[in-house]
Design a protein around this ligand. Structure first.
Ligand code: CP
Length: 311
């Protein structure tokens, strides 16, 4: 367990241990003692080949709050822009004796490839349409804190499932923790064979949202749409955008989630996104820092409660 490359294959106890530790960091931050010394003297590099607001900032804050030294490398300012390869970049950074490398890349599998070339812990901050493990962990923490548990909840993941690493990581995590998962998307945005991951697939929001506990919306990933996946934004919003009317089909206390960044008026109406009685989108961001603290702490320091969970 040197790396965190994905949620697939993780045991429920590993997930629970990370969520429990993250819970501790949420309480610690809320009590005002934001900074600790757990990772003092350790070095973490954030290497992002794709843009990010939430993930990059929260990994940076998480590292700082644990007392580590952290450096952010954007691709446009690195020698990747001069043609240096992914592997040469990783090997170069590895020579600087890092403790962890947090990597986001546009290609599925790129982070795993990189992890095979370095000595330090590697954390996947999103690779293509494959996995975004810390997003699923922060989503789970948000749900668990609100609902008290994950098992037996009915969760609908809606929209651009085809391109979504967030959907894949969430499906693996929620299944592992005993929740039931539905995916809802137009046929063109549903990966073939998605049911093999243990989900129920719907192409009609009105059927798919019926009686769910959690409505998890996904961003329409325009940058990955090379074909004609959707007829028009207007039509997509009409059939698959979350608005008051469609939300009424879910349970009355259903939570509204979105990993961000949101396309308002495309996959979600501002009216429901900003309904802070039910929308936990801002809480998801808060949980992101705590979850990343837990992951960094566990992988770098081998936190005791992680090892205890194995017993
Ligand atoms: N949810 C998420 O990964 O957001 P960013 O792309 O802003 O990091």
């Amino acid at each position: 367990h040197r790396h965190l490359l994905g949620i697939e294959g993780k045991h429920p106890w590993e997930i629970k241990a990370l969520l429990d530790l993250a819970d501790h960091y949420v309480e610690q931050s809320r009590s005002g003692s934001k900074k600790t010394e757990e990772l003092r003297g350790r070095t973490i590099v954030n290497l992002f080949f794709e843009n990010s607001t939430r993930t990059r900032t929260s990994f940076e804050l998480a590292a700082q709050r644990l007392g580590a030294d952290v450096i952010n490398m954007g691709v446009s300012t690195s020698s990747v822009s001069k043609g240096e390869t992914l592997i040469d970049t990783a090997v170069t950074l590895n020579a600087m004796h890092l403790d962890a490398l947090v990597v986001r890349h546009g290609d599925s599998g790129a982070v795993q490839l990189l992890s095979e070339k370095v000595n330090c812990a590697v954390i996947n901050a999103g690779d293509g349409s494959h996995e975004h493990p810390t997003q699923a962990l922060l989503d789970a923490l948000t749900i668990r804190r609100r609902k008290g548990h994950l098992d037996n909840l009915l969760v609908a993941i809606c929209g651009d499932v085809l391109h979504s690493r967030v959907a894949r990581s969430n499906i693996h995590l929620l299944n592992a923790m005993g929740a039931r998962v539905r995916v809802i998307a137009p046929k063109t945005l549903l990966p073939t064979g998605i049911e093999e991951l243990g989900v129920e697939a719907f192409t009609d929001m009105r059927q798919g949202l019926k009686d769910v506990d959690i409505v998890m919306m996904l961003r329409v990933q325009n940058e990955r749409m090379t074909g004609s996946y959707i007829p028009s934004i207007r039509e997509f919003f009409h059939f698959f955008g979350l608005d008051r009317e469609k939300l009424a089909l879910a349970k009355p206390d259903a939570l509204i989630m979105h990993p961000g960044p949101m396309n308002r008026g495309v996959e979600i109406d501002s009216d429901v996104a900003d309904d802070f009685e039910r929308s936990v989108i801002r809480e998801q961001v808060e949980m992101g820092v705590a979850v990343r603290m837990a992951v960094l702490d566990t992988l770098i320091r081998n936190a005791p409660n992680f090892a205890e969970g194995a017993a």
